[in-house]
Design a protein around this ligand. Structure first.
Ligand code: SF4
Ligand code: SF4
Length: 491
């Protein structure tokens, strides 16, 4: 019988050969014997032929044991045998862990690339019932959403509320009420409660800062870099840049939060012509004091002049390589580094995350519009096509389930032969909707990039595993956001 390898990626770090086994999302270090057995069967080889003539051969016995181990680990299989079937949907209705409340659909800025207000917006002007949309979520709708979250999170010890907009802080009143109410309800239900918020920081006041720190918010600030970089696209409606307005506010937040709250993160949207990510990183961490920085290329339909051209995506990969080297250097000295893209990827690799869906949208996470309509995630709220019920009458389970079936990795033909699929799983649904008019379509326009990025992550993982394996323990625990927290188009 012929044996052949399953989908995998071989790589080398610090002279040590490794293999990433895609069906199990595991990373194995290879020694000389396992590497040679793997070489032998990589293109398929007959087992009987390989075994013949080795009776009583002790050296071969060791090779055969390694062969059996590789079969057991799922890396070798009889040729023609189908690989393990990707898990079907988990038992439905799947309990929620996170609700993203879009507390307002208005913004005080006019960023040129904004998906909510630009050419790529999915929002419908009217609700399904024909009513005009409300610009702000009332405290009553927020409370109703919280009740809905507790009713639909059976079995979860912790649930999370994330506040989003428009510009989230335009409706701080509702946020404050919602947090206090959610804490009361959490105490009644015996659950832990987590809070997060995304903001452009223009409206941060000392009162708001105190509140965010007191309630241990995970704060994510949308900022593109230093003054020149930030003001290229992130402007007030008058056209005036925002950097001068936000820098001192951010520094006050970081100072008040230091040693008390959750790390404060910057989320940088990368557009054509952006500064090098290393310079941006150094400014945000070194000068403004952010704990973490995550970079996301702008997502848009093809042809927008702010979208990254493919040459810029190549340059971005080079920049990510440099920041990854900095991260590894810090890890080898047991130090933290705030490049969150690589940390998220390393955490997934370390934990063997193997996604059947790219993110938690529609699964453990739903978005809520200002009126209480439920969307697949915060980026789909107000899109009638992607509405899955409302907080008053509950989730449209049939529609939710159909979406999850369509978006399941086993239905993405292009991804079946891709070694990066445990991490990518076809990519962001919102990006797919904007690009292909179909949320369940795999984002095949960036496959080469995703694979090269995954290679970078594997290599970095191997370097840390060889040089300071104890550091990897820090990557245990919460795997980021496969089924819960807001996951913004991480690459
Ligand atoms: S979208 Fe592309 S990179 Fe992602 S899993 Fe599918 S084939 Fe791989
Ligand atoms: S990755 Fe895309 S679809 Fe998933 S939660 Fe984030 S924006 Fe929504």
């Amino acid at each position: 019988m012929n044996y052949i390898t399953e989908l995998h990626r071989r790589f080398e770090s610090e002279g040590v050969p490794f293999v990433y086994v895609s069906p199990s999302a595991s990373i194995l270090a290879l020694d000389g014997v396992s590497a040679s057995v793997l070489d032998h069967f990589t293109d398929g080889a007959d087992l009987e032929e390989w075994v013949t003539g080795h009776d009583g051969d002790e050296e071969f016995k060791e090779q055969y044991e390694v062969f059996e181990g590789l079969v057991h680990q799922g890396l070798l299989k009889p040729e023609g045998e189908l690989g393990p079937v990707a898990e079907a949907l988990p038992p439905m209705p799947y309990p929620l862990t996170t609700l993203v409340l879009n507390v307002t659909n208005k913004c005080n800025l006019a960023c040129t690339y904004c998906y909510e207000f630009g050419e790529d917006k999915l929002a419908d002007a009217l609700r399904k019932n024909g009513d005009a949309r409300r610009s702000r979520m009332s405290a009553e709708t927020a409370r109703q959403s919280i009740d809905f979250l507790f009713e639909n999170s059976t079995g979860r010890d912790q649930v999370n509320l994330t506040f989003f907009g428009g510009e989230t802080l335009l409706n701080f009143e509702t946020i404050r009420d919602a947090v206090l109410y959610a804490k009361e309800r959490a105490a009644e239900c015996g659950k832990r409660m987590g809070f997060a918020l995304t903001t452009n920081a223009t409206l941060l006041t000392d009162e708001i800062i105190e509140f965010l720190v007191e309630h241990r918010f995970g704060v994510n600030i949308s900022i593109d870099g230093g003054g020149e970089e930030q003001d290229r696209h992130r402007t007030f409606k008058s056209g005036k840049g925002t950097y001068e307005e936000i820098a001192p506010r951010i520094q006050r937040l970081i100072a008040a939060n230091s040693g008390v709250g959750q790390p404060i993160g910057a989320r940088v949207t990368l557009t054509e012509g952006a500064a090098s990510v290393r310079d941006t990183y150094q400014h945000l961490v070194g000068e403004l004091g952010f704990d973490q920085v995550g970079f996301a290329p702008v997502t848009s339909a093809p042809g927008r002049d702010y979208a990254l051209a493919s040459a810029s995506m190549d340059a971005l990969l080079d920049d990510f390589r440099v920041l990854t080297e900095d991260y590894v250097e810090a890890a080898l000295e047991n130090k933290r580094h705030g490049f969150s893209n690589i940390e998220d990827l390393l955490r997934e690799l370390h934990q063997g995350v193997n996604k059947a869906h790219p993110c938690g949208a529609g699964l453990g996470l739903l978005g809520v519009s200002t009126e209480g309509d439920l969307g697949l995630c915060h980026r789909f709220v107000e899109s009638g096509e992607h509405e899955v019920g409302d907080v008053e009458s509950g989730i449209d389970q049939e529609k939710r389930q159909q979406f999850l079936i369509d978006g399941h990795i086993s239905n993405k033909a292009e991804c079946q032969t891709c070694f990066a699929r445990p991490h990518c799983s076809g990519g962001c649904y919102h990006e797919a909707q904007v690009r292909y008019g179909d949320a369940s379509h795999p984002n095949v326009h960036h496959c080469d990039w995703v694979r090269a990025w995954t290679d970078l992550g594997l290599e970095a993982y191997g370097k840390i595993a060889v040089g300071n394996p104890a550091f990897l323990d820090r990557l245990d625990g919460d795997p980021g956001a496969p089924a819960g927290a807001v996951m913004e188009v991480e690459v």
